[in-house]
Design a binder for this molecule. Structure first.
Ligand code: ZN
Length: 247
């Protein structure tokens, strides 16, 4: 792609900082962190594997958000491409789907991948060798649209039971209203960043299947559609299938 197009593509939305750090999605089970209680709206599984030292965002603090919009997107794109090359060369795991999650935290609470890292560490997730993360997700999208890196794409995530080995986990911060009920709390910046990120994943990795965590629930009546009464969890609190179908 020529430079001009690339820059256009990378252009940032109105608000936003993009950022790189780490990800994870705790399949939280009533965890209290920083005054917020995350209820269990996930059903993920703990799976681990992989390796390496902290690459970006050393992790640890709350609100460690970097602001380098375009550079960060370019860096994220580069990482996805590198992974794609390794995958196609048979040197990395093969992925064929993206699972979308929410962090199951209350609307407006600006948690970061570092927070998720701490939560998942507390839950006993394994520290990954490449990324240095405990976070079960590969990407976490902050309220301001910043895209934070969690596990390295080469590392198997811990976010969706039975599908961790062949999926990429993307999580946005939020998913609960002030009372702790499931709600699509995505900010415009989050929506834009998620659409950008998922489009990149789909195109670079040649993925067509993108669905929400809840869509992995069993199809009890066998009609081929995972309906709301069949959801094990509400995560990610919006219908990801049509939203990302035509990216
Ligand atoms: Zn989830």
């Amino acid at each position: 792609m020529c430079k001009f197009l690339l820059e256009l593509f990378m252009a940032k939305p109105a608000t936003g900082n993009t950022q790189i750090s780490s990800t994870e999605e705790p399949q939280v089970t009533a965890t209290t962190t920083g005054g917020t209680v995350s209820i269990d709206i996930h059903s993920g599984s703990t799976n681990s594997d992989t390796d390496t030292p902290p690459v970006v965002d050393g992790g640890g603090n709350d609100n460690t958000i970097t602001e380098q919009p375009n550079m960060e997107r370019i860096e994220i794109q580069k990482r996805i491409k590198e992974f794609a090359d390794e995958m196609r060369a048979g040197k990395a795991r093969k992925v064929n789907q993206v699972a979308v999650h929410c962090s199951a935290t209350k609307e407006g609470k600006a948690y970061t991948v570092s927070d998720i890292d701490a939560w998942h560490k507390a839950r006993g997730f394994t520290k990954q060798k490449i990324s240095g993360r405990y976070c079960g997700y590969h990407f976490v999208v902050a309220l301001d649209g910043t895209i934070m890196c969690g596990r390295d794409l080469r590392e198997i995530g811990a976010h969706v039971s039975g599908y961790n080995s062949n999926s990429v986990g993307v999580c946005y911060i939020g998913g609960l209203d002030a009372n702790g009920k499931a709600k699509d709390t995505r900010t415009p910046a989050q929506k834009e960043s998620m659409a950008w990120l998922i489009a990149e994943l789909k195109h670079i990795l040649n993925i067509s299947k993108v669905q929400g965590h809840r869509d992995y629930s069993p199809d009890k009546n066998g009609n081929g559609i995972i309906e709301s009464f069949e959801w094990i969890k509400d995560c990610p609190c919006f219908n990801a299938i049509p939203e990302y179908k035509n990216l």
